[in-house]
Design a binder for this molecule. Structure first.
Ligand SMILES: CCC(=O)SCCNC(=O)CCNC(=O)[C@H](O)C(C)(C)COP(=O)(O)OP(=O)(O)OC[C@H]1O[C@@H](n2cnc3c(N)ncnc32)[C@H](O)[C@@H]1OP(=O)(O)O
Ligand SMILES: O=CC(=O)O
Ligand SMILES: [Mg+2]
Length: 349
């Protein structure tokens, strides 16, 4: 373990110092773009103003013979749009550490557009050693190319070993931005018997005891509850953000919304959107409900210094519920700063 006083030191001479605190950003959706697909890439300048994060994906879903085209497409895409001007994050998902592409991914992207790149998403992270490797390499590349602000790292939680090491991944480096659940790779890694990408499964249920001839009540359970809870705890304990990942059935927007909402209620900041139709769902879900915001604002106003006990509509409020209310009001303010329509609805002054 590194000494605490060395934790925030740059890992290469000339690399920017790591952030002490993460930049505060609204990241309701991480929108995946296939950069080798010229048609989709052409939509990025318009897309940039409508999503919180544009991610150019270099890993799974990019055919092996198009990895180089995806990398080049990402560089073109990064240079063509001023993402910072629209308040949109620019991320990439690099190839896995054991793949033949990762070195060229990082060498090319940091050299060509390191100053525009906010976050590198790292797939199939197994433990803190993977983050340490990327951390050191990024520091060397930042130093070589004179990158001014540190590029953050986001891990995908998508292997059984990664879940076993989730706490030490979350605390591995000050470069950690957060973590996303990757239900597809995780299902495979765990030997789960499903071909779905996220969401529920009709066969994962509990049933009531037999009671004569009456039909036994039965309810579907949430396959992802345990992992999302572990991920949220690991992230929040380390001051970083948790995200739900992909929902693969684009035809079932209702189920996508339920999966996103469960993640939101559990503490996630956002989710991946793989298709334009999922962007509106993420915007709807990852912004607090106006009635909840109004009630939270009343709690904050009723306890100006956040201490004591008061009654509101028959419900007891104290220091703990004040903190709950603060989470909602702070998020509403962040959303309102970006969304004038919701700013009017929230009416937080
Ligand atoms: C499962 C584990 C994981 O790793 S998930 C992450 C990896 N997967 C991805 O990144 C997939 C990202 N999405 C895509 O590549 C496309 O959405 C795929 C799946 C190929 C489907 O595209 P397509 O067949 O064109 O769908 P469509 O006809 O319904 O599209 C309608 C219009 O929207 C466009 N579109 C599609 N996807 C995106 C996107 N991600 N971002 C921006 N635009 C997108 C299409 O080009 C199409 O445009 P137009 O109306 O023809 O002009
Ligand atoms: O990369 C995402 C996943 O679900 O696998
Ligand atoms: Mg994956």
């Amino acid at each position: 373990m590194k000494l605490p006083r060395r934790f925030f030191q740059p890992l290469a001479t000339g690399a920017p110092a790591p952030f002490r605190d993460l930049p505060v950003k609204l990241e309701r959706m991480i929108h995946f773009v296939p950069p080798h697909n010229e048609k989709v890439r052409a939509r990025v300048p318009d897309l940039a103003g409508t999503v919180d994060v544009v991610l150019g994906n270099l890993e799974d879903a990019v055919p092996a013979d198009q990895k180089e085209a995806a990398r080049a497409g990402f560089v073109t895409m990064a240079k063509a749009t001023d993402f910072a001007a629209t308040g949109t994050g620019l991320w990439t998902r690099i190839n896995a550490l054991n793949s033949p592409w990762i070195l060229d991914d990082l060498f090319t992207l940091v050299a060509e557009c390191g100053d525009k790149l906010d976050v590198v998403m790292v797939p199939k992270v197994e433990g803190p050693w993977d983050i340490h490797y990327i951390d050191q390499l990024l520091a060397q590349l930042e130093a070589r190319h004179g990158v001014k602000k540190p590029i953050l790292v986001h891990a995908i939680l998508e292997t059984a070993e990664g879940v076993a090491n989730v706490d030490s991944i979350a605390s591995a480096s000050p470069r950690m931005h957060g973590m996303s659940l990757g239900p597809a790779d995780l299902a495979a890694s765990r030997g789960m018997k499903t071909t779905r990408v996220g969401g529920g499964h009709p066969d994962y249920r509990v049933i009531a005891d037999p009671a004569g001839d009456a039909a036994r009540a039965s309810a579907q359970q949430d396959l992802w509850h345990y992992t999302i809870a572990r991920m949220v705890d690991a992230c929040m304990a380390n001051g970083i953000k948790a995200f739900y990942g992909p929902f693969g059935d684009f035809s079932d927007s209702e189920a996508c919304e339920v999966q996103f909402r469960n993640a939101f209620l559990m503490g996630c900041a956002g989710a991946w959107t793989l298709h334009p139709s999922q962007v509106a769902i993420a915007k709807r879900v990852f912004a607090p409900d106006p009635a909840e915001v109004a009630f939270a604002a009343r709690i904050v106003a009723a306890m100006p210094d956040g201490t004591g006990a008061v009654m509101l509509d028959g419900k007891m409020q104290d220091d703990a519920t004040w903190k709950q209310a603060k989470v909602i009001v702070d998020l509403a303010k962040l959303v309102a700063a970006k969304d004038p329509d919701l700013a009017k609805v929230y009416d937080l002054g």
